[in-house]
Design a protein around this ligand. Structure first.
Ligand code: NI
Ligand code: MN
Length: 224
C-alpha cells in the first residue's frame, strides 16, 4: 500500500487497487492536483466538519457511491446533502474489509460550512495490515498522544505543523516524541498565508531526535 499526499490534510491510502480518502479537500485547495474521478474510491474518512476537511466529500460520495465515515452530527449532515454516510464517535473502532479505524480525541472545533454544529473533532488511527497510521486532524498538542502511543502504537503520524488553527512546528515535534513514531508526515501548512511554516526546520528538529520527517509534495506517495 502507499500513502498519497493530496495536499493540506487530504490523503489517499491506496490499498489493493482502491483508494481510501481522508479529508478530501481538493477542488478549492490551491495546492491539490488530484482527479478523484479516476480512482476506485469506496471509503471517505473525515476528521471534522470544517470546509478544508469536508472538502469534496459529499460530491465524491454521491458520484462514486462511496461511504463517508464521520462523527455522528457530521455524518447526518452529509446524509442530508445526499451522501452515503456512517455515523461514529470517539472511542469507536470501525471495521472495514481493508482494515480498522479508531476515532480518537482531537482538541479542535467543528462546524459545517453553513455554520451548523459538526459534532466533536476527531483524529484517526488507521490500521492496514501490520501498519498503523495516526492522522491527527486539526488538533492542538495534548496528553492524548501519550495514550495513543500506549494503546495503538502507531508507526507513522500525519501531524499538522502550520500553527494558527492547529499545532505549530514546536508542538508537532513534541507530539512526534509523545507518539513514539518512526516517521512523521507534516501536513496542514503552506495552503494559506496564515499557516505558512518552514517544513525544513521541522525536518531538522525531528532528525536531531532520531525521527524521520517524510516531506511529501502534493501527489507524492510513501510506500509502506
Ligand atoms: Ni479545522
Ligand atoms: Mn483545518
Amino acid at each position: 500500500m502507499n500513502i498519497e499526499y493530496i495536499a493540506h490534510s487530504a490523503f489517499a491510502l491506496n490499498v489493493d487497487g482502491r483508494s481510501i480518502l481522508i479529508d478530501p479537500f481538493i477542488s478549492s485547495n490551491p495546492l491539490a492536483d488530484y482527479d478523484w474521478h479516476n480512482h476506485n474510491i469506496r471509503d471517505i474518512l473525515l476528521t471534522h466538519a470544517h470546509g478544508d476537511h469536508l472538502g469534496d466529500a459529499i460530491e465524491i460520495s454521491i458520484t462514486k457511491h462511496a461511504l463517508i465515515t464521520a462523527v455522528f452530527e457530521l455524518a447526518n449532515y452529509c446524509s442530508e446533502k445526499g451522501a452515503k454516510s456512517k455515523g461514529v464517535n470517539l472511542g469507536g473502532r470501525i471495521q472495514f474489509d481493508w482494515g480498522d479505524v479508531w476515532y480518537v480525541p482531537a482538541f479542535h472545533s467543528s462546524s459545517t460550512p453553513d455554520g451548523k454544529y459538526g459534532g466533536v473533532a476527531a483524529g484517526l488511527v488507521i490500521r492496514v495490515g501490520d501498519v498503523k497510521i495516526y492522522h491527527a486532524g486539526d488538533t492542538s498538542l495534548s496528553n492524548e498522544m501519550k495514550l495513543i502511543k500506549e494503546i495503538y502504537k502507531p508507526d507513522i503520524a500525519l501531524l499538522p505543523i502550520g500553527g494558527c488553527f492547529t499545532m505549530g512546528i514546536e508542538e508537532a515535534v513534541i507530539a512526534s516524541q509523545m507518539l513514539g513514531v518512526k516517521q512523521v508526515i507534516p501536513m496542514h501548512y503552506n495552503t494559506f498565508p496564515a499557516i505558512n511554516a518552514d517544513v525544513n526546520l521541522f525536518k531538522y528538529k525531528l532528525e536531531t531526535l532520531g525521527i524521520e520527517a517524510v516531506i511529501l509534495k502534493p501527489g507524492e506517495k510513501l510506500e509502506i
